[in-house]
Ligand binder design. Structure first.
Ligand code: P6P
Length: 337
């Protein structure tokens, strides 16, 4: 049997991998393992819905708007239901923050020790044009006592408190990429077998790269520091790659090296992306992979959240690229203050 360079035979199923990792931690109670299985189950169900989207009447708008005021796509709602149901049935989770729900989702499970922050289907406006989309999730331990009511402190936690995070990319193949703080691991889904198989063990991001991802349509709103960095990328003939689907752009840059920027601007100083269920999870992953994630000034995971759906500017990817973008952002902002 071929093994990758870390002794995990390629083709290890997610279940066996989780069990093996759990055995490495004598005090592991298996709850986190069960939680990861719940996520994988929901991912398989969402994969099936997405792969049929063109055939069944599940694409297109749902006719309502989410808390962001964005047109909810039917698959957004379906994905939200699938993940909530998986966590409810799994029994490990007491509360969820979801992009699709304005308030905290209290699962009425006072014994649940974990809290989830998730974007059940990010980039969903791309569904109708068959572009890759993704699920993003963060896992926290609840702060309030088990057995008691869920409190806001359980969900308004800094990214440094995450005990796990990851994403599912529904692309040319469906992949689950996650970390529980001991490296980043990628699994590819084989629909005919209904299994995720280890395909990318111990993922690391190149320290530098030549790909920059930003919506240059915002050029005239960008701060001078942002424009300066983009100009530098152009002078160096870097490749501009922007899919408009955060998980897809992030995943490509994780594999090839690169930087994704959703900057703050004069009229949107905190940018567009959500701290709790978009930025923090990918920041956890990229730091575990040796990369960097900041809001232009400091680590994303250090931001102390005050609102469920608060936004944050995001500079994320190869360490050298993020550092350089920050240096220009700061210098030119200081000049303009
Ligand atoms: P814009 C999708 O709505 C999303 O949240 C991310 O997946 C994506 O990177 C970004 O917004 C695209 O935003 O303003 O460039 O269309």
């Amino acid at each position: 049997m071929t093994k990758n360079n870390l002794g995990h035979p390629v083709g290890t199923t997610l279940d066996r991998f989780i069990k093996r990792k759990q055995d490495e931690f004598p005090f592991a109670t298996g709850e986190l393992s069960q939680l990861l299985r719940d996520i994988a189950l929901a991912a398989k169900l969402v994969h099936r819905e997405i792969s049929r989207a063109g055939l069944l009447d599940v694409s297109g708008a749902f006719g309502s708007q989410n808390v962001q005021g964005e047109e909810q796509q039917k698959l957004d709602v379906i994905a939200n239901i699938r993940f909530i149901r998986a966590f409810r049935n799994g029994g490990e989770v007491c509360a969820i923050v979801s992009e699709e729900d304005e308030k905290i989702i209290d699962l009425e499970n006072s014994q649940g020790r974990y809290v989830i922050a998730m974007d059940p289907l990010d980039g969903s406006s791309n569904i109708d044009v068959n572009v890759s989309i993704g699920t993003i999730f963060s896992i926290y331990r609840r702060k309030s006592p088990v057995g008691g009511p869920v409190l806001e402190e359980d969900v308004l936690q800094k990214g440094t408190e995450q005990i796990g995070a990851g994403y599912i990319l529904y692309g040319s193949s469906t992949m689950l990429v996650y970390s529980t703080g001991h490296g980043v691991h990628g699994f590819t889904y084989e629909p005919s077998l209904g299994e995720f198989f280890l395909s990318h063990a111990e993922m690391t991001i190149p320290e530098d790269g030549k790909i920059y991802s930003i919506n240059e349509g915002g050029w005239h709103d960008f701060y001078p520091g942002t424009r300066e960095y983009i100009e530098t990328c152009k002078e160096r003939r870097y490749s501009a790659r922007y899919i408009g689907s955060l998980v897809a752009d992030f995943h490509r840059n994780l594999l090839k090296g690169g930087i994704y920027i959703y900057p703050g601007t004069e009229n949107r100083p905190n940018g567009k992306l959500r701290l709790l269920y978009e930025c923090n999870a990918l920041a956890f992953i990229v730091e575990q992979a040796g990369g960097m994630a900041t809001n232009g000034e400091y680590r994303i995971v250090e931001i102390d959240p005050t609102e469920l759906h608060q936004r944050a500017p995001l500079y994320i990817g190869s360490k050298r690229m993020v550092e350089e973008a920050m240096s220009m952002h700061k210098v030119l902002e200081a000049v303009n203050e």
